[in-house]
Design a protein around this ligand. Structure first.
Ligand SMILES: [Fe+2]
Ligand SMILES: [Fe+2]
Length: 475
């Protein structure tokens, strides 16, 4: 069961051939997916041979096979982590009951909504990143971008399989709609805010894969606890792919910082104008990009106080991050959680029933995880002897969702007047000028082993290949 059948039109490890109706429905969706990829996938990339990894098995170790492939020939398919026949639900009112192999009628609407919301983010990020290939800072980075793109395409397949297999006609309609919405479109946008933002340059791309793909990690981890077993198994396999996306982000930002610190030392300056003139990105601008991507991403966890989130947990649909490793009762009926609130113009803590704060619980776990990487970036600065330190802004900064929506909060957590916000927002968020400067550095570097001036080369290549390997053949 753990090996993947590549002899079929749609590679899978779910015995698709045994279910003719489902197979036919998915084979009808496949050309629509490919035409979406043709329209909205990586711009101008169709003839390239790209050194990509493809899943060959779903076992924890060694599932990846690397080879040069033309991206439209990538074998997108349906891969679920092997099931455990005795699996039991680990949390909520149904804790201890056998995990569901079919969708329980009373949870159908909520499960469909969860799957559609997750599914919508996958093609959205491909759309957001579609022009970046034209300005890749190296062949190595170009390959990483394309790897992320094809895997987000496969994540869409993962959710579409669940919709087709378990949700009948309305599932098929939702699968079509996933190909119709467009990131940033006025009339038919993607469902969640961060997935309608632009990813116009490579600093944004690295920030996106560091912060926003990490939201993906936490959402998928919470869904991998689900009582609905097929959802748990498909998200578990998606998590193995997600790890590489976050690596691309963390190492990408790290290399930008490394290069900036190097030039700061060479020129013995921290003067923004001198550094920009030398063609590297000043640390203040990097901090503003962090502030933007972090605040937009933590909105994705939803309102801090949410009865839907309580229902999702209590009914066993969506667990906590690493639910199985926690030693409480996994029902949380009488537990409380401390939330931040705004009273009389001040931020104050307030205790609420934990079930209603499940979005905040997941957001706080995410915050811890994302701060760890920022600390690793600071090590790069420390090692280079540069005093500047990067940080994530206060969680109330620049929020559009929940209690802090519409409240003006500085990155240090002070509530500020509208006037101070207007006067200082260019210190706190990327200004039009910052974005124009970063854009001015973008230009394709396409020779093996060559890197744009604003970014350091990686320490090692992909799959033990040398850094100057020909990761992309342009033909
Ligand atoms: Fe994804
Ligand atoms: Fe991802």
């Amino acid at each position: 069961m753990s090996s993947i059948n590549y002899s079929e039109k749609i590679p899978n490890n779910v015995n698709l051939a045994d279910d003719r109706t489902l197979q036919r429905a998915l084979e009808q969706w496949q050309p629509n997916f490919l035409s979406w990829w043709g329209d909205m996938g990586p711009d101008g990339s169709h003839g390239y041979d790209v050194y990509l990894r493809t899943a060959v098995s779903v076992d924890a170790g060694g599932w990846a096979h690397f080879d040069h492939v033309k991206m439209p020939d990538y074998r997108w398919g349906i891969f679920l982590t092997p099931g455990d026949a005795d699996r039991r639900i680990g949390f909520g009112e149904h804790r201890g009951e056998p995990a569901w192999q079919e969708v329980p009628g009373e949870h159908r609407a909520n499960l469909r909504r969860i799957i559609v919301t997750q599914g919508d983010t996958e093609p959205a990020s491909v759309e957001q990143q579609r022009h970046l290939g034209l300005t890749a800072p190296s062949m190595y980075d170009l390959r990483n971008l394309f790897q992320v793109n094809v895997e987000e395409g496969r994540h869409l397949w993962a959710m579409v399989y669940l919709l087709h297999r378990y949700f009948g006609r309305d599932g098929r309609e939702e699968a079509e709609a996933l190909l119709d919405r467009r990131s940033g479109d006025d009339d038919n946008p993607r469902i969640l805010g961060a997935f309608n933002e632009r990813t116009p340059d490579w600093l944004s791309f690295f920030m996106f894969t560091y912060f926003t793909d990490r939201d993906g990690k936490f959402q998928l981890a919470a869904l991998s606890e689900s009582g609905f077993d097929p959802l748990a198994r498909t998200t578990k396999f998606m998590l193995t792919e997600e790890a590489h996306h976050m690596f691309v982000g963390e190492s990408g930002v790290s290399r930008v910082i490394q290069r900036t610190a190097q030039v700061m030392n060479e020129l013995k300056t921290d003067d923004v104008n001198k550094l920009r003139a030398a063609g590297v990105i000043d640390l203040e601008t990097i901090q503003r990009y962090i502030n933007f991507h972090y605040s937009v991403t933590i909105d994705l966890f939803g309102a801090d106080h949410s009865s839907n989130a309580a229902t999702f947990y209590s009914s066993g649909l969506k667990g906590r991050y690493e639910e199985g490793k926690r030693d409480d009762d996994h029902r949380l009926d009488n537990q409380t959680y401390r939330l931040l609130d705004v009273t009389d113009g001040r931020l104050v803590e307030r205790e609420v029933p934990m079930l209603n704060a499940m979005n905040e619980v997941l957001r706080d776990d995410y915050i811890k995880d994302s701060m760890a990487g920022v600390n690793r970036w600071n090590k790069v600065l420390e090692k280079a002897g540069v005093d500047f330190r990067l940080s994530v802004p206060h969680k109330a900064f620049n929020r559009q969702i929940g209690t802090f929506a519409g409240v003006r909060v500085a990155p240090d957590g002070r509530i500020v007047s509208d006037r101070e916000w207007q006067a200082r927002q260019n210190e706190w968020l990327p200004s039009a000028e910052d974005r124009a400067f970063v854009a001015s550095l973008m230009g394709r570097v396409a020779e093996p082993g060559k890197f744009a001036n604003w970014i350091a080369p990686p320490a090692i290549g992909i799959n033990r290949q040398p850094v100057d390997f020909e990761y992309v053949r342009f033909n």
